[in-house]
Design a protein around this ligand. Structure first.
Ligand code: APR
Length: 239
């Protein structure tokens, strides 16, 4: 299928795109959920029960993101190049809470599962930059109350962010790419069906077949740093 350069493109990304940048995925043998239980760190209940433990988990991840070796890879850069050079609209919807897409230069970007480098106040809802550790005794700059600051991330049981904007883009796109996601977590895992119903061509670029692989028209299996730049180069030949 040769896309038209004015086509709208929506790209869903997951942990697999950041794996070669040194950030662990979730569901692989050595992934985060093999070491920590979701119920202990990634639900509203966990935060209520053990806020210090939840803070410790995300503080460690935030510090990891600041390590000197952590940087966007060729796949992140290729998507930023696509956005810069593709004449039609390009939207990246990421499930990742790292900042590697923006560091690579992506500008039209939705962090549907939130951002590690932001905090949110459970009292007033204010979202603020959060470059360092969070703790239960910290005070919100916006409302002055203590104890409500939490990572600005979407936990299991919570509604992902900007869903209306995402659904509108999926319904209007002609090309839908899914990169580095296992297809186990909804609503993201259902995006391919929405795009396909809207008439989009759908392509999975992943290390292996995802849980929803059969829903895609095309499959390209390999490491993100190899398959994504090659696919973007092919798209940009049409421009
Ligand atoms: N290149 C391409 N794909 C890769 C690479 C790589 N270098 N390394 C791993 N993958 C693939 C894996 O084969 C797997 O299918 O990336 C996928 C990662 O899947 P998950 O670990 O399940 O991550 P993701 O799909 O992003 O998880 C979704 O679950 O717990 C949550 O909130 C968390 O946003 C996350 C959501």
């Amino acid at each position: 299928m040769t896309p038209n350069p004015t086509d709208a493109v929506v790209i869903l990304t997951g942990a697999g795109i950041s794996q070669e940048s040194g950030i662990a995925t979730f569901r692989e043998a050595d992934g985060i959920w093999a070491k920590v239980r979701i119920e202990d760190v990634a639900t509203p209940d966990a935060f209520q029960r053990d806020p210090d433990g939840v803070h410790a988990f995300y503080n460690a991840r935030r510090r990891g993101l600041a390590e000197p070796g952590i940087a966007p890879n060729a796949a992140h850069h290729a998507l930023a190049t696509l956005e810069a050079r593709w004449p039609g609209p390009v939207l990246v919807v990421t499930q990742n809470i790292d900042d590697l897409h923006e560091r690579a230069g992506s500008r039209t970007l939705i962090h549907m599962h939130g951002e590690l480098l932001k905090s949110r106040c459970a009292h007033c809802g204010a979202v603020a930059p959060c470059p360092g550790d969070l703790a239960t005794d910290m005070t919100c700059d916006a409302c002055g109350r203590t104890g409500g600051l939490r990572p600005h991330v979407v936990w299991f049981g919570e509604v992902p962010l900007e869903m209306e904007r995402i659904y509108a883009a999926l319904e209007a796109c002609a090309l839908f790419l899914s990169i580095g996601t296992s297809g186990h977590v909804y609503p993201a895992a259902g995006f391919v069906s929405i795009a396909r119903t809207a008439g989009a061509h759908t392509v999975e670029l992943n290390l292996e077949a995802s849980a929803g692989a059969t829903l895609f028209a095309d499959h390209i299996h390999g490491r993100a740093t190899e398959v994504v730049p090659a696919y973007v180069d092919r798209l940009l030949q049409a421009v």
